[in-house]
Design a protein around this ligand. Sequence first.
Ligand code: RB5
Length: 148
Amino acid sequence: MKISIASDHAGFELKKEIVAYLKKKPGIEIIDMGTDSEHHSVDYPEMAAKVARSLQKQESERGIILCGTGIGISISANKFKGIRAALCHDAYTARMSRAHNNANVLAMGGRTTGKEVAFDMVDIWLDTEFEGDRHQRRVDLIASFEQD
Ligand code: RB5
């Protein structure tokens, strides 16, 4: 599976840990879209856009995005058609974001989430299938709002 990943400066350290973690997992290809330092401030909407456009162009199937809280970068990613970015904080929210919401982007906060919790979330998020059925109807409704 191909995964695009990006963060702002506040998410950089956790992104670095996640990239190293995912590189050890078989069958995963990472497209790291930056940023590359915690010392130079970058705007999280720009980083969200890189991952969102990468999914829209089908360069990757999933995205992972990080800022300080995960809030700004998830709000930004969700402005892009076809993107369902879920800000998750633990194993349960990561699992449900896949099972019920078919989230194609996982958002996390570099200043709110520790790396071991983040690794668990990433594993569960990658392994959990969308349940479809009534949840498909709801995801379709979300998509219909993209015409508004
Ligand atoms: C950057 O200081 C911070 O505002 C950003 O990383 C993020 O937390 C915004 O939602």
